[in-house]
Design a protein around this ligand. Structure first.
Ligand SMILES: Cc1cc2nc3c(=O)[nH]c(=O)nc-3n(C[C@H](O)[C@H](O)[C@H](O)COP(=O)(O)OP(=O)(O)OC[C@H]3O[C@@H](n4cnc5c(N)ncnc54)[C@H](O)[C@@H]3O)c2cc1C
Length: 289
């Protein structure tokens, strides 16, 4: 496997990177940790004349609390930095826990949150829990910037609403009334395996009533998806084992999985049913967000 020729650029600021991408046009690819880009180039799935590395953009590699807004995570933050962040462990533990389910230590030392999101693959582990936590993203280009809910970013298998020249700058998890959240993933190995199916859940519970539940499925449709029928069914209801089991069955019914080497569609649907029930129970009982 030989790397094709390309020109390497390492701008020093976000502004410089945006200007460079605008100048190079469609022949340029953004490079973050490179765990996907370099693999695709080596295997001939991606040809790019210019790689624009973000590695010098320290401004995108941090996790900070923004008063009144929640937590902002720079796109260049690596999976191990999410896992080890005291701030996230204190405020949104379900996110470091999701990062802990990912890949090998080597990949987690290189792979970034931005790359995990922009890849747009339905098996990515961080988008489901971020969507459950109502995260928004900020996209920056030479033309300016725009923000959107992360759940609106994905529009098809490996397709997102990012346009050439844009850089994902950061992701914000807002302050919220959520009382519990979790992400449960089923892989073919205990760790370091892609999700055959995954379910992220956030709940708002008040006196044993589910005021709100967000259920987000990974590897269960062409995009990461919310199980909105199950969410609507749960709203305002008294919590019981039967209720959670019914919600699991509804989430499975609205999932749209495919057959793949890691599991059949039917197997995935069964997983969604079981994992949704378990994730709801865990988020309700353990309460960690
Ligand atoms: C062996 C192996 C195991 C893996 N296991 C898992 C797993 O368990 N769970 C999981 O979710 N993923 C897994 N992955 C996938 C991958 O590592 C992650 O998705 C990772 O987060 C990608 O980040 P990166 O920084 O390496 O992205 P890169 O490879 O640098 O980029 C990926 C894509 O995103 C674009 N991009 C990156 N950053 C930005 C940005 N800030 N703005 C605009 N565009 C950007 C690139 O142009 C490219 O299209 C695995 C990969 C490998 C090779």
């Amino acid at each position: 496997m030989n790397m094709p020729d390309f020109e390497y650029h390492a701008p020093e600021t976000l502004q410089e990177a945006c200007a460079l991408l605008a100048e190079l046009g469609r022949n340029a690819t953004v490079l973050a940790g490179g765990t996907d880009v370099l693999h695709k180039m080596k295997t001939g799935k991606l040809a790019s004349g210019h790689l624009v590395s973000l590695k010098r953009l320290g401004e995108l590699r941090n996790i900070r609390s923004k008063s009144g807004h929640g937590i902002v995570i720079g796109a260049l933050t690596r999976h191990n930095e999410i896992y080890n962040s005291p701030l996230l462990q204190e405020l949104f533990l379900s996110l470091p826990m999701a990062a802990h389910t990912m890949a090998s230590n080597q990949i987690c030392n290189l792979g970034t949150l931005g790359g995990n999101i922009v890849n747009g693959v339905p098996s990515a582990d961080l988008p489901p829990i971020l969507i459950a936590l109502k995260a928004c993203i900020r996209l920056v280009s030479a033309q300016g910037e725009r923000s959107m809910a992360l759940e609106d970013f994905f529009c098809g298998a490996a397709q997102t609403r990012i346009v050439p020249g844009e850089i994902l700058a950061d992701t914000t998890i807002p302050e919220q009334s959520t009382t519990g959240s979790t992400y449960i993933k089923f892989g073919l190995r205990r760790s370091g395996a892609l999700a055959v199916a995954g379910v992220a859940v956030s709940v708002t519970v008040d006196k044993n009533i589910l005021r709100e539940a967000r259920i987000v499925l990974a590897s269960s449709a062409p995009t990461v998806m919310r199980a909105r029928n199950a969410e609507g069914f749960l709203r305002g209801k008294k919590i019981s084992g039967k209720l959670l089991a019914e919600a699991g069955a509804m989430a499975a019914a609205e999932s749209r999985p495919r057959d793949s080497i890691r599991g059949s569609a039917e197997y995935r649907r069964n997983l969604v049913e079981v994992l949704t029930k378990r994730a709801l129970r865990k988020a309700i009982d353990k309460g960690h967000i």
